[in-house]
Design a protein around this ligand. Structure first.
Ligand code: E4P
Length: 217
């Protein structure tokens, strides 16, 4: 499963990219607002740090303006994936852009039928929002299972990108279902490294090592 980080914070992206485990980045207008940075500048900076797909979202609601915005975003770098909302105009834009060789991430997906439409529109990624689905009293992970099944039934190449992840259990469940990508807030990625027994084990080994009086090298 690929790991994307869901942020526009350069410090977090740089830190996670240095682990060698980061496969891409997703942003959205709220994350850009939170960064306090200029949209095009911050996307360009992220593309310079991460080789994998960097999702940048259009804000227009009509196809024609979405295409104009996408043309500007595409010029930033080859690894920009244009993010479009799951609407008729969004999917028209998806079809046009992917037919022209551009990566597209279809966002704000809340049903398996919407995911089916996105795959038919040639989406590179479909982003079902599991956390927001859970918040709405529905089962976010069931949605991922349904989409996985449908995509496998028809050999769709669209990658299932689990979004709106809130905790490590969402990550574990995504991996068990066979999602292609999980995009996570930096804190969730960092939490995956931690286990109290790992900490305890290191402390015990180091204490005993000190008693040996040895050094390596
Ligand atoms: C994904 O691309 C979205 O930016 C993101 O995962 C939304 O997460 P949220 O529901 O926590 O805002």
């Amino acid at each position: 499963m690929k790991f994307f980080v869901d942020t526009a914070d350069i410090k977090d992206i740089t830190e996670l990219a240095a682990t060698g485990l980061l496969d891409g980045v997703t942003t959205n207008p709220s994350l850009i607002h939170k960064s306090g940075r200029k949209f095009l500048e911050v996307v360009e900076e992220i593309c310079g740090i991460v080789d994998g797909p960097v999702s940048a979202e259009v804000v227009a609601l009509d196809h024609e303006t979405m295409m104009k915005e996408a043309a500007i975003l595409r010029k930033i770098a080859d690894n920009v994936a244009i993010k479009v909302p799951l609407t008729i105009d969004g999917l028209k834009t998806c079809k046009a852009l992917t037919s022209d060789g551009c990566m597209v991430n279809v966002t704000l997906c809340f049903s398996a039928n919407q995911a089916l439409l996105a795959a038919k529109a040639g989406a590179t990624f479909i982003s079902p929002f599991v956390g927001r689905h859970d918040d709405n009293g529905q089962d976010g992970m069931q949605l991922i299972e349904d989409i996985r099944l449908i995509y496998d039934n028809y050999n769709f190449s669209t990658e299932v990108l689990v979004a709106s992840i809130r905790h490590p259990i969402h990550v574990l469940q995504s991996a068990k279902i066979g999602a292609d990508v999980a995009t996570m807030p930096p804190a969730v990625i960092k939490s995956l490294f931690n286990h109290v027994l790992t900490e305890k084990g290191i402390a015990g080994f180091l204490a005993d090592w000190e008693k040996t009086g040895q050094t390596i090298g």
